[in-house]
Design a protein around this ligand. Structure first.
Ligand code: GTQ
Length: 322
């Protein structure tokens, strides 16, 4: 038990705050903990619960009102815009004929297309049609607006580095003078990764667990941006992946398949997230996790993470002993 502080010591401690100083020794272990202490908790967002809400938002909230019609996936232990401590994810919904008007910002965005046909995003003059499974990048400060042709809504997962701009509040944003930034259709683009070749690669890899790293198509880099990177994964029927433990946090989206992810804490406690197609879930930093597929079909997952950020800052770490 700590000794009872003297009257003089109590007076000393009380005299600090008015001078805008605080004692480090009372918070030392929290400031420099032995292992990462994410505030985010593993969380699953079931698409079958969210789809009706997305449809409601499509009926009730016009794009003129919303600029971007998005349901943010917010970690129950954190506040918007945090899906994990460092990552933001949202489900964006656009109806035929609507315009999500052109803007640009310091934050980076990637999009994983979930459903719909005839949706497009204009990125800095390139009109890119969206198809299920595509990954489309919006580099920092590129003008972008979204739209939808044909019937029914287009729905996709947005991944941005917005929480970083809470910690480092240097985000700039600008609105274009018109709804749309002048753009023309392009087929192939360095900003677009169609699903087909990704799955082809995953299927060509032998073994029960294959990983595809989305790499920048122009230039170098630890990932598709300086902060956020992406991967696709395949898990064979009746197979489990090895454990993974990294200082990165992850947002996972289920492209296809049914399975579950086991997250094991150091004290042996387990969290199990049971997922199916179109669900999204998050894994906080330094959690030990593995995916299990007990079905007779392949499972395909997409993830985005802050691995490039950590690698660029030289603070990335992975447990190689698992
Ligand atoms: O599509 O530009 O989910 O600016 C959050 C912020 C999407 C977008 C989001 C954004 C966008």
């Amino acid at each position: 038990m700590a000794p009872v502080p003297s009257e003089e010591k109590i007076q000393f401690l009380n005299s600090l705050k008015p001078q805008n100083v605080e004692p480090l020794w009372s918070v030392m272990s929290a400031m420099v903990p032995p292992v990462p202490q994410p505030k985010a908790i593993p969380t699953l967002w079931k698409y079958k619960n969210l789809k009706p809400l997305l449809d409601d938002s499509g009926r009730l909230v016009p794009t003129e009102e919303s600029e971007r019609r998005v349901l943010m996936l917010i970690n129950p232990n954190l506040k918007a815009p945090q899906t994990t401590d460092t990552l933001y994810a949202g489900l964006q919904y656009i109806n035929p004929g609507e315009v999500a008007p052109a803007h640009r910002h310091s934050a980076f965005a990637l999009r994983f297309i979930i459903e719909g046909e005839g949706g497009f995003t204009n990125v800095e003059g390139s009109k890119l049609y969206m198809e299920r499974g595509d990954v489309i990048l919006t580099p920092r400060w590129d003008w972008h607006d979204h739209g939808k042709e044909g019937d029914g809504p287009m729905i996709w997962l947005d991944g941005l580095d917005l929480p970083m701009f809470q910690a480092i509040p240097v985000n700039f944003a600008e609105h274009y003078k018109e709804d749309r930034y002048p753009s023309s259709e392009v087929g192939e683009s360095p900003l677009k990764y169609p699903w087909g070749p990704v799955q082809e690669y995953l299927d060509s890899v032998k073994g029960d667990h294959a990983i595809f790293d989305y790499k920048p198509k122009t230039g170098e880099g630890a990932g598709v941006s300086t902060i956020v990177g992406g991967q696709a994964e395949r898990i064979s029927p009746n197979a489990s992946t090895g454990f993974r433990q990294e200082s990165s946090s992850f947002v996972y989206h289920v492209f296809e398949g049914t399975g579950y992810t086991v997250i094991t804490e150091d004290n042996g406690e387990e969290t199990i997230l049971k997922w199916e197609q179109k669900d999204t879930f998050c894994i906080p930093s330094w959690k030990k996790f593995r995916h299990v597929n007990e079905t007779s079909s392949q499972a395909y997952l997409f993830n985005f993470s802050d691995t490039p950020l950590l690698k660029n800052l030289n603070i990335y770490r992975a447990n190689k002993d698992l």
